[in-house]
Design a protein around this ligand. Sequence first.
Ligand code: PLP
Length: 404
Amino acid sequence: MNRDDFPILSETVYGKPLVYLDNAATTQKPRQMLDAMADAYLYRNANIHRGVHHLSQVATERHEQARQRVAEFLGARSEKEIVFTKGTTDSINMLAFSFGEAFVRKDDEIIVSQLEHHSNIVPWQMLCERKQARLRVLPLDGNLRIDASALEGLVNERTRLISVAHVSNVLGAIQPVEDIVRIAQRHHIPVCIDGAQSAPHMPIDVQALDCDFYVCSAHKMYGPTGLGVLYGKQEWLEQLPPAEGGGEMIDHVRFEKTTYNQLPYKFEAGTPDFIGSCAFAAALDYIDSAGRESVCRHESELTDYLERRLAETEGVRIYSKGTAKAGAVSFNVYQGDRLLHPFDVGTLLDRQGVAVRTGHHCAEPLMDYLHILGTVRASIALYNNREDIDALIAALRKAIAMLG
Ligand code: PLP
């Protein structure tokens, strides 16, 4: 890994060197990923799967190799279990619709947790409205982690699916998904893991996790925007109906009856992002060339350092303090009882070149639970270093002095 692979990191904002700590929203892109994208557009651009001509076949081959690369990266048993989508949100919407059509009836229940991203709440809520089913909510423990032990009391014969985050996008805290899967399996309930914030930061092995579904976004993993993954165990995907109709997803179309394509194509209606998939494969190669274990180690050391430096800063309150984290730390600043508005803090950090995110982070139910409107979130990626954290802390101290 070389910071020079990310030209944007050498940019300045307001005349100050950019310190990019908004990686949980989206990561910056290495040249290698962009080269792969340019190469695909410049030399291998033809619509896939349908053409007999050479270019179409090459493009098809590259797209399918990219699928295999994703399958290998996530530890899937087969590339048939990898559905390309537009991103995590699209993956969950697709699953909620498709699973809902097949398995959810009136009075059934779906379980999510208190700390989910809206993307892992609203699609299930919409499904529940469609089917007159109920959304149940797993509570948090004192450290703001999902209380897996509460699951036993929540599941019943009407529970159809559990969908939880692997890593909270607000708190950065790693969630007890292994415990949740173990309990769910005792009750034969499938589990979907929202991996939007775990896939970029830790080695993922969906077979070891033994989850039924896992979703993530390429743009949070140094890859292109508008591309994501829905992993599903083959035995589940076989049972689910397509969520969308169109080209590619069919076997034969007759006005009387249409039959559907095999996995995973039955879930991929229309022309897929066959350029983005090649670029995503290059992004995964990039992560692997840095070494997933060493990226994980580097980032967790950096997250610990970030939390320690924040804790030393007067008035800073860290959420889910001391829990194992991957990538993000959320905090607020208090002067006595007065909360400095996270938006004001974020704006003053921005003026000093430091990019962080402020607000509810698409997790309003978690904000309600914490009785706050928002937090300041600093989030890291493999290219960040201690100097970035030191720059944040120095800028934060100035911001606090100004707001005081
Ligand atoms: N789930 C989590 C935990 C996230 O952090 C995000 C994005 O921040 C999403 C879902 C939605 O991802 P996307 O906007 O890429 O679809």
